[in-house]
Design a protein around this ligand. Structure first.
Ligand code: CO8
Length: 256
């Protein structure tokens, strides 16, 4: 299957998606988000895929939603079509998704990266929500997610000024899991995705649910949910295998 805006391949148990609109610095148009959702649907169904990696080019992960596509839009058309409504499906996925970000991750591009479970950044990465400079605001959850990550003061300063942060600041602020040299980005992100895909699928998906629960509810409810998941994991063969392998001093063989 070929796509107009994406390159899609499988590297072992990792589904790899490369955003591919080089002439527009990977600006995200309707076609791209529809194709991405289609690919992620397939990865979710495919038992041979254990984790997903989304990346862009060395120059841009994505420089925003496609301004040229959005410029003529008007309300109530955006409302009636639920413009951006389909974006959030990226955040609803159950398998883990890593964003490997080099270059610009701006506006909707940053929002897409923030929908992933974590970001590994190249040292040339830049993150920002510059929508205010276009007379608009972010609309795909970026303000909510950024504020939860970096706190009110830094989020407020960034969205009101539209300034971006470099990779080092993003790491200090907790936006990215780690920063690696640009030349090593894909190898390191793939190694991370492969390591995750080699773990127990059940444990990985339960952990993703538990971490996401932090943002969704109260502490008490989150603690209860995490304990229930922990108890449930003892119903899986992976628990027997993982703990048994430790006791027997051998590597575990998790089921697929
Ligand atoms: N949309 C459409 N085209 C873009 C975009 C974009 N966001 N960004 C870059 N391009 C295009 C340029 O128009 C240019 O095309 P052309 O050669 O045909 O003129 C090409 O990509 C290369 O760009 P530049 O020549 O500008 O490259 P530079 O290296 O000089 O500059 C920058 C790079 C600084 C990243 C610059 O391109 C820029 O400022 N881009 C716009 C960044 C921006 O404002 N992003 C936010 C967009 S608004 C948004 O994302 C709203 C989100 C709302 C909710 C999200 C869900 C959709």
């Amino acid at each position: 299957m070929t796509y107009e805006t994406l390159l899609v391949e499988q590297a072992g148990a990792v589904g790899l998606v490369t955003l591919n609109r080089p002439d527009a610095l990977n600006a995200i148009n309707t076609r791209l988000i529809d194709e991405l959702n289609q690919v992620l649907d397939g990865f979710e169904r495919d038992a041979s895929i254990g984790s997903i990696l989304i990346t862009g080019s060395r120059k841009a992960f994505a420089a925003g939603a496609d301004v040229k596509e959005m410029a003529p839009l008007c309300f109530p058309g955006t409302y009636l079509d639920d413009f951006l409504g389909r974006w959030d499906r990226v955040a609803q996925r159950r398998k883990p998704i890593i964003a490997a970000v080099a270059g610009h991750a701006l506006g909707g591009g940053f929002e897409l990266a923030l929908m992933c479970d974590f970001i590994i950044a190249a040292d040339n990465a830049r993150f920002g929500l510059p929508e205010v400079k276009l007379g608009v605001i972010p609309g795909a959850g970026g303000v909510q997610r950024l504020t939860r990550l970096v706190g009110r003061a830094k989020a407020m300063e960034m969205v009101l000024s539209g300034r971006s942060m470099d990779a080092a600041e993003a790491e200090r602020a907790g936006v990215v899991a780690r920063v690696v040299p640009l030349a090593e980005l894909l190898d390191q992100a793939l190694a991370s995705a492969q390591a995750i895909a080699a773990q127990s699928r059940t444990a990985v998906m339960m952990l993703k649910e538990c971490v996401n629960r932090v943002d969704e509810g109260s502490m008490a409810e989150g603690l209860r949910f995490e304990r229930r998941m922990f108890q449930a994991v003892f119903a899986t063969p992976d628990q027997k295998e993982g703990m048994g392998a430790f006791v027997e001093k051998r590597p575990p063989q998790f089921g697929r």
